[in-house]
Design a protein around this ligand. Sequence first.
Ligand code: SAH
Length: 330
Amino acid sequence: MQREELVKALSPDTDPAPYFDLADKVRRETVGDGVHLRGLVEFSNYCSRRCYYCGIRAGNPKVRRYRLTPEEILACARTAVQLNYKTVVMQSGEDPYLSARSLAAIVERVKTETGLAITLSVGEHSAEDYRMLRAAGADRFLLRFETSDRKLFTMLKPDSDYDNRFRCLAWLKDAGFQVGSGVMAGLPGQSLESLADDLLLFKRLDLDMVGIGPFIANPDTPLAGAVSGTLDAALRMVALTRILTKNAHIPATTAMGSIDPQGRQKALRCGANVLMPNISPTEHRVDYSLYPGKICTGEAPEQCAGCVDAMLGALGRERAEGFGHSMKTV
Ligand code: SAH
C-alpha cells in the first residue's frame, strides 16, 4: 500500500470494515488464532523527562513516586509464572536512580530464577547499556517513536532528540533485541499523512512488535484539555499495521481498553495478537497513571488474568503456546 492509499484508509470518511476484515484474515494466516499474554510490571514511575502527553513526567507534583525493589520485581515475575504467562514486560519511566548496571542485575535474576522471556521498556540509553541489558538476559525491547513527525515529536518530547530515538532503535537491533516500537494515534496536530508515514516507517524498520494506542489527554500535563484520540483511529492503525507488516506482534493495548470497554476486543478482531495484562502490585497501579481512566488500577494480577482469559473465550481465541518470540527471527 502506498502513502495515498493509507491516508484514504485512515480517513474517517472511509468505511474501515474492509480493512478490518483483511487485517483479521492476515493475522489468522500469519500469526494464527493464539494470543500471547505478556505480564506487565510497571516497576518505577520516576522519570527525568517531561513528555507533554505523559502523566508521570518529571515535575508533575501530583505523582506519588515509587520504585519497586529488586525483590518486589522478582515477586511480580513469579506471579507471572504462576499465571502461566511466558513473558514479563518491565516498564518504567526514565528513572535516573536505576543505572543500566543495576537494571541488568535485576534482569539477570529474573531470567535465572524464572526462565521467562523478558521485555524491557525503559526508554533511551546508550548502545553500550543496551548491549549490557541484552547480555544480562533481556530478549526484547519496546521503544515507541511516538510519532514520525519531527516537529510534533520535538514539541511533545522537549528533552529528547528525534534522531536519537531512531538511533536507539538501531542500537537495540544491533544488540540483538527483538525490537518493538509504535505511536500514539490522535496526538494534537497529528495529520493523517503523518500517521501514514508512521505506518510506512513500521514497515521500513522491519519491527518485531508494534504497539499503538490512542492519545488520551491527561489533565495534569501541558496537554490538559487537548482533544483525545479516538478508538476508531487507533483501530485503523492496528489493521493497517497488520496488513503492512504481516507477522509483527501487535498488542491490543491498555489505552484502547481505557477509552472503550470493548477496545481491546475490537483490536484483537482487526489485527492484534497480543495482550499485556498488568501484574504490577495493586497498591502502586494508580500511581502509574500515564493517562486518566486507565483500566485495571484496582485489580490484582489474578483478576486481570481471569478477565483476559474470559475475553479470549468470548472471542473464540485462546492463549498462544510458547514464548511468543518474534516471528521474524524464528
Ligand atoms: N519511559 C518509557 C516507557 C513509556 S510508557 C519510554 O519512554 O519508552 C509507554 C507508552 O505510553 C509511551 O511510549 C506512550 O506512547 C504511552 N503514553 C504515555 N502517555 C500517554 C497518554 N497520555 N495517552 C496515551 N498513551 C500514552
